[in-house]
Design a protein around this ligand. Sequence first.
Ligand SMILES: Nc1ncnc2c1ncn2[C@@H]1O[C@H](COP(=O)(O)OP(=O)(O)OP(=O)(O)O)[C@@H](O)[C@H]1O
Ligand SMILES: Nc1nc(=O)c2ncn([C@H]3C[C@H](O)[C@@H](CO)O3)c2[nH]1
Length: 228
Amino acid sequence: MTVIVLSGPIGAGKSSLTSLLSNYLGTKPFYESVDDNPVLPLFYADPEKYAFLLQVYFLNTRFRSIKAALSQDNNVLDRSIYEDALFFQMNADIGRATSEEVDTYYELLNNMMAELDRMPKRNPDLLIHIDVSYDTMIKRIQKRGRPYEQLSYDATLEDYYKRLLSYYKPWYEKYDYSPKMVIDGDKLDFIASEADREIVLDQIVDKLKEVGKLPADWNKPTDIELMQ
Ligand SMILES: Nc1ncnc2c1ncn2[C@@H]1O[C@H](COP(=O)(O)OP(=O)(O)OP(=O)(O)O)[C@@H](O)[C@H]1O
Ligand SMILES: Nc1nc(=O)c2ncn([C@H]3C[C@H](O)[C@@H](CO)O3)c2[nH]1
């Protein structure tokens, strides 16, 4: 049984790959709460005021998801608790958190991670990081069309998104909770191209085999459904 966590910038394709992969492997998907997240629009309207609240909201939902995922041991998560501090630290670095909020956040996060350390299954089996350039990221954000994420809503989002991207490389290098791999999200269009879809799924299956986590009873499906 496997627990796979995905990572990557906004619009990289994590939700899309989560649905594809969970169908392909016959596992359960866990999606990040976005459209039902009441704090997200508040954050984009007034980031200084809502950065801490939004982070606590995400941290709480991510803690719930990773605990359920590790307990059930047969899942794909479209973003996980391991990425939470990347967002918070980046927002803190641009002055959107007081030092008391920073201290409280890290204390809470450390408490949660210590809880995970006490679980029978403590870590995921694989991290799949989707790497995208700024151009791809912005195209996908436009394609998906959430109003408050558009540059036309707030021109300063360009800097925010570029800064966010710059935090991912060091984060990925440091991540050591499980084996990891990168998917080239600029080159491989696993939505529109069936050939690219095959390549991405083959890469993931090969990696799962390499780390001894491809379930022995798994059979390659003949028909890959995209549940979008
Ligand atoms: N490889 C791809 N090729 C082309 N379009 C894609 C690809 N992956 C995702 N998309 C499209 O880009 C948009 C964003 O994708 P998705 O919602 O999966 O991203 P995400 O990484 O989950 O984003 P977020 O971080 O905001 O939750 C969607 O409209 C999706 O159809
Ligand atoms: N500030 C902040 N912290 C997070 O942990 C976080 N996780 C996701 N997001 C934002 C990015 C997309 O708009 C949208 C969907 O990913 O939610 C976050 N924003």
